[in-house]
Design a protein around this ligand. Structure first.
Ligand code: UT7
Length: 335
């Protein structure tokens, strides 16, 4: 008789990429009616990376993916599945996941996109672990990428100052050693979807000359409403993910929150009765990179030596939908 043991997923590779061009708050002062002081005080953002003219969402994703493959000492044909989280793809069709697959030369490997806004990468990680734990796939590339600088209205100071372009990627590999996604929660409240929206360009309002004149194909956000929503969901979603993992906050070494606004992170720390230094923060240098924000922060802090692969991490995100996602992750097994 053959008895199959439980299958876990370990993260064997990780990589991130941010475009070279940096746009500072002072640069923005020359574009819209804003100030470095306002942006720093209200968001904690000092600068963000913006893609160059020859870069696309898929090219950002591919850079992060090559770095993750190199770290894992793998080639692209070792992958069984590619998941790309983004809300700013190269095209509506074809899916950017297939373009990433083609650019990596991962011939015939299945690939799909997850579009849940800023929570996309945590959603994708949860999906990847389901495929790993059922034994369906053994090596999964999970990318979070965003090129929102091409989707924001550069005349709208309430949004264009917030976002940055970047990509982060990990490779989840099957193992028999306990580790991986120890607990997670995903949620959605579509009744409030209008708070973060690209109103036109989809089936509800196809692109036409009026849309172009209005600029309603650009991203629109009701910042204060999103702020309130974020403050409401971060604590409970974190508690629920921890409860599902059978852990408490004391077991967690680092919290990696979605990097949307420093004030939201500070409010979460207060709400959770935790010191701010338990939170991984890089919003000052990258702004809000939406689905790329958590993998970017993760990769940067693992490569910098702050996060150890055996640390228990709490990932918590919120965004368009409205959606939320929290997960407890241990990248690699002990010992
Ligand atoms: O990742 C997706 C999830 N997104 C988020 O989590 C975003 C959450 N929301 C936020 O981060 C904040 O709401 C913002 C940073 C977007 C805005 O900050 P706020 O403190 O909520 O400002 P507000 O929208 O209430 O605006 C306050 C004032 C307004 O002026 P009046 O009406 O009081 O005269 C705005 O016109 O600040 C003004 N304002 C600005 N002033 C200078 C808005 N944007 C700017 C700006 N520079 N860039």
């Amino acid at each position: 008789m053959c008895v199959m043991g439980k299958i876990y997923g370990q993260i064997v590779g990780w990589g991130a990429y941010a475009p070279k061009q940096v746009l500072t708050n002072h640069d923005l002062e020359r574009i819209v009616d804003t100030s470095d002081e306002w942006i720093m005080k209200r968001t904690g953002i000092r600068e963000r990376h913006v893609a160059g003219p020859n870069e696309t969402t898929s090219s950002l994703a591919v850079q992060a993916s090559w770095a993750a493959l190199a770290k894992a000492n793998m080639v692209s044909t070792d992958l069984d599945l590619i998941i790309v989280a983004t809300s700013s793809p190269d095209y509506f069709t074809p899916p950017v996941s297939s373009q990433v697959q083609a650019a990596l030369g991962a011939n015939d490997v299945p690939a799909f996109v997850v579009v849940t806004g800023c929570t996309g990468w945590v959603y994708s990680l949860a999906i990847a672990y389901q495929f790993i734990e059922t034994g369906a796939y053994r090596n999964i590339l999970v990318v979070g990428v965003e090129l929102l600088s091409r989707f924001v209205d550069w005349t709208d100071r309430s949004t264009c100052i917030l976002f940055g372009d970047a990509a982060g990627a990990v490779i989840v590999q099957a193992t028999d050693q306990p580790c991986g996604l120890l607990g997670f929660v995903l949620g959605s409240d579509g009744t409030n979807g209008h708070h973060i929206i690209m109103p036109s360009g989809g089936s509800a309002r196809p692109f036409d000359a009026d849309v172009l004149a209005e600029g309603s194909h650009y991203l629109r956000m009701n910042g204060p409403e999103v702020f309130k929503f974020a403050s409401k969901v971060v604590g409970p979603a974190s508690d629920e993910a921890l409860a599902k993992a059978g852990l408490t906050m004391d077991d967690v070494k680092w919290i990696i929150p979605h990097q949307a606004n420093m004030r939201i992170i500070q409010a979460a720390a207060k709400d959770m009765h935790l010191p701010l230094d338990r939170f991984v923060v890089n919003i000052d240098r990258y702004g809000n990179t939406s689905a790329a924000s958590i993998p970017l922060a993760l990769v940067e802090h693992v490569n910098g030596g702050c996060i150890k692969a055996t640390d228990k991490l709490l990932l918590v995100s919120f965004g368009a939908g409205m959606t939320w996602a929290a997960a407890v992750l241990q990248m690699q097994p002990e010992g």
